[in-house]
Design a protein around this ligand. Structure first.
Ligand code: SF4
Length: 316
């Protein structure tokens, strides 16, 4: 059978792609470029997505991993993942004009960390070591925070009975994995307290829910997103945990060599930092090569938006 005779159905998951925090961060960078031009610096990737970062790099934006790389007096944006207070102090010392594009849902976790630490709690932060968000949150109360990544890490915690403990989570975890770890914490430390509302953000939860609902109908899952995007990784993991093959790719170009023989239905979704443009390119590729037909399926509606940072709002 020629490749053109293979007919593939695409189930297009909704919601997918950009969340309110990513929209705000990208719009902030576009606005800052308009207002201040280049050189313009961003501390860490503005969002964890290669095509987005490449597009801004082509426009002269410089992404740095060390604030000391930003020349004194220059303009710097903090990414959607947030930064530690020590970083803000270092930026002040260099007299940088700092624009804070931290997602408000990440800021919420920072504020909870500050509150728990002030009240004398030791905070168990459930998250992924080295992730920008975890580094930023830990920096709010470095002496009071312990990171756990799994139930095994919980088993290794050693606190005296009755210790004053609280837990927080990274915003983009798998809901199911987080529940398992929180369950392990509650069993070992029944006195542990948590945030008043879940920290896993609406966007991560909704994208996971859509994959969970739709994956039984698919033979293969394509997640548009970058390898360093936590929420995108979780989507691919959920598909694999249901026994389905799943690719996490920045663009369709990464799957052109993969034969779709035997595949009738492909579920397409995108992480919260992946632009719709790469989703549409992937669909066009599957249509042209396999005569794919698209069925759009909405599992949940989203109507969330966040305002631009104050520094940019006053100038609009
Ligand atoms: S994934 Fe959630 S926490 Fe992260 S930027 Fe988007 S809305 Fe904010």
């Amino acid at each position: 059978m020629s490749q053109r005779e293979v007919h593939v159905k695409i189930i297009l998951a909704n919601p997918r792609g950009f969340c309110a925090g990513v929209n705000m961060a990208i719009e902030s960078l576009e606005r800052a470029l308009e207002l201040y031009g280049t050189p313009l610096y961003v501390y860490h990737e503005i969002v964890h997505n290669r095509p987005v970062v490449d597009r801004f790099s082509r426009h002269g934006v410089v992404f740095v991993n060390d604030i000391e790389e930003v020349p004194e007096g220059a303009t710097v944006l903090y990414s959607a993942h947030g930064v530690a207070p020590a970083l803000r102090v270092a930026a002040d010392r260099r007299r940088l004009r700092a624009i804070d594009a931290t997602c408000p849902l990440v800021t919420k976790v920072h504020l909870e960390a500050i509150r728990f630490a002030r009240e004398g709690y030791t905070i168990i932060l459930i998250g992924h070591e080295g992730h920008d968000e975890v580094i930023g949150t830990t920096g709010e109360a470095p002496d009071s925070i312990r990171l756990v990544e799994s139930s095994e890490d919980v088993d290794r915690l050693d606190f005296p009975p009755g210790a004053r403990l609280a837990y927080l989570t990274q915003t983009t975890l798998s809901v199911d994995d987080a529940e398992i770890i929180i369950g392990a914490l509650r069993r070992r430390f029944p006195q542990i307290v948590g945030p008043s509302r879940d920290d896993i953000c609406y966007a991560a939860q909704n994208r996971q829910e859509a994959v969970k609902d739709l994956v039984p109908e698919a033979d293969l899952v394509i997640v548009l997103g970058s390898q360093n995007s936590s929420n995108s990784m979780r989507l691919a993991e959920i598909a694999r945990s249901q026994g389905k093959r799943a690719f996490l790719v920045d663009t369709y170009r990464e799957i052109v060599d993969f034969p779709l023989a035997g595949v009738e239905t492909v579920l397409i979704t995108a992480g919260a930092s992946a632009p719709e443009e790469v989703v549409q390119e992937c669909i066009v590729y599957l249509q042209e090569r396999y005569g794919a037909v698209v069925e759009s399926r909405t599992v949940r509606e989203e109507h969330v938006s966040f305002p631009l940072p104050r520094e940019l709002r006053v100038l609009t």
